[in-house]
Design a protein around this ligand. Structure first.
Ligand code: ARG
Length: 457
């Protein structure tokens, strides 16, 4: 009973590749330093590689009484090569071993995550480019505020995912530190070569305090915090996809592959994928909070509590990967309903700010202009008239600064006027699209890992 309670093998078997990779590098180093014999090292490495194959063929029997992935592999190594297997764990503890496995794992996941973020960004750019002339109502407080290009709205998400990529890159810097060689907590008393192991495993740094190295799970917390932020962005995009595909908005249609019908109401196409992404955001936040709480007030150095880092992390990476992938595909299928987007702009009240700007250009202080147009809007709305249906006399009763040219204010002129860096003018949109594509072309920055992940030897 207690055995099952403490066992981590049901979930940490997922780390077999990292564990074996670390053991192979460690063995090579032990031989190089003369701590074990060359032929002993060869035997151990051969044994480890055959265990990896066995696991990959699905032939390996994981035993809960052997607790974790480390002990399962080591026990099998004894079975395969006999007593020399006992030399593998020289100058090592499970405490620095698990810290290593987790860092190797997180490094790989960062690399995958950044790649997936990039693919999603490409989908957004494609969609923006295909719809770059469509004008939609821009919202604040979910109230129609000012006209914007639909493409501008889509590229706002490009920016969020760009920052997410940067956050993961930054998380990588602190993950990319080799903890092996810290022993149980104090370092080890053998003449090991940590820099060699770091090079073998593709770490750019070696940890500098053994107690910290075995007690630190900040890199997992950071990954989960980055993941939580990305999920928050995905949930905002999900929410807009849900709103925009409702009958009330009718801005977009997503492919049926990402919706399901209702079992009772035949007309419905529910945006389940987007809703689930919105929902799954909660569990990713939960894993972050859980690990922060697990680590809170833990005395140095390793404590078994830390074994609780794994399931939350595994679920976080799985949820994030699947959400990013499905979104990249779903976004590609979005069809914009130009007519509905245009018709959603009720009357032309969305041009109120442009009318105020117009008065400012005629010499009125902005606050006064704002006041005049507020009254004008109230007047027009009460009479159910668009701005452009008002007579010049009606305009004049709100400000003498209004002239014939007030009728040249349109959605198009409003957009064209927003020609500042980051603004929604068509001219700026061209610049933004070029910039976005350039960012996606610079794959260099996204090559985060120098080592070959899947290689054990
Ligand atoms: N299964 C453990 C974990 O995941 C590995 C380290 C165990 N160390 C120990 N001293 N029991 O944290």
């Amino acid at each position: 009973m207690a055995q099952d309670y403490v066992a981590s093998i049901p979930f940490d078997q997922r780390l077999y590749r990292q564990d074996i990779r670390g053991s192979v590098a460690h063995t090579k180093m032990l031989a190089r330093q003369g701590i074990i014999g060359e032929s002993e090292a060869e035997t151990i490495i051969k044994g480890l590689n055959s265990i990896r194959e066995e696991i990959e063929q699905g032939e390996f029997q994981f035993e809960p009484e052997l607790e974790d992935i480390h002990m399962n592999i080591e026990a099998k190594l004894f079975e395969k090569i006999g007593d020399v297997a006992g030399k593998l764990h020289t100058a090592r503890s499970r405490n620095d071993q698990i810290a290593l496995d987790m860092r190797l794992f997180v490094k790989e996941e960062i690399s995958k995550t950044i790649g997936e973020l990039k693919t999603l960004q490409s989908s957004l750019v494609e969609l923006a480019e295909a719809n770059k002339n469509i004008i939609m109502p821009g919202y604040t407080h979910l109230q129609q505020a000012q006209p914007v290009l639909l493409a501008h709205h889509l590229l706002a998400y490009f920016e969020m995912f760009q920052r997410d990529k940067e956050r993961f890159h930054d998380c990588l810097k602190r993950t990319d530190v080799l903890p092996l060689g810290s022993g149980a907590l104090a370092g080890v008393s053998y003449p090991i070569d940590r820099e060699f192991v770091a090079r073998e495993l593709g770490f750019s740094q070696v940890s500098t305090n053994s107690l910290d190295a075995v007690a630190d799970r900040d890199f997992i917390i950071e990954y989960e915090a980055c993941a939580a932020t990305t999920m928050m962005h995905l949930s905002r995009l999900a929410e807009e996809i849900i709103l925009w595909s409702s009958a009330e908005f009718g801005f977009i249609e997503i492919s049926e592959a990402y919706t399901t019908g209702s079992s009772i109401m035949p007309q419905k196409k529910n945006p389940d994928v987007a809703e689930l992404a919105r929902g799954k955001t909660g569990r990713v936040y939960g894993h972050l909070m859980a690990l922060l709480t697990t680590m809170k007030a833990l005395p140095l150095a390793y404590n078994r509590d830390m074994q609780e880092d794994k399931e939350g992390l595994f679920d976080t990476v799985d949820t994030l990967h699947s959400t990013l992938r499905v979104f990249a595909e779903m976004v590609r299928t979005i069809k914009v309903n130009v007519k509905h987007v245009r018709e959603a702009i009720k009357r032309d009240y969305i041009l109120a700010t442009d009318l105020a700007d117009y008065l400012v250009k005629k010499g009125l202080p902005f606050r006064e202009a704002h006041g005049a147009v507020a009254k004008l809007s109230e007047y027009a709305i009460a009479r159910d008239k668009s701005f452009h249906e008002l007579s010049l006399d009606e305009y004049h009763s709100f400000s003498p600064f209004f002239d014939e040219d007030v009728y040249t204010i349109t959605l198009e002129s409003s957009l064209a006027a927003k020609n500042v860096i980051g603004g929604t003018s068509p001219q700026q949109m061209e610049i933004a699209l070029t910039r976005a594509k350039e960012i996606l072309r610079q794959t260099q920055n996204d090559k985060v890992c120098h080592s070959e992940w899947n290689k054990v030897e």
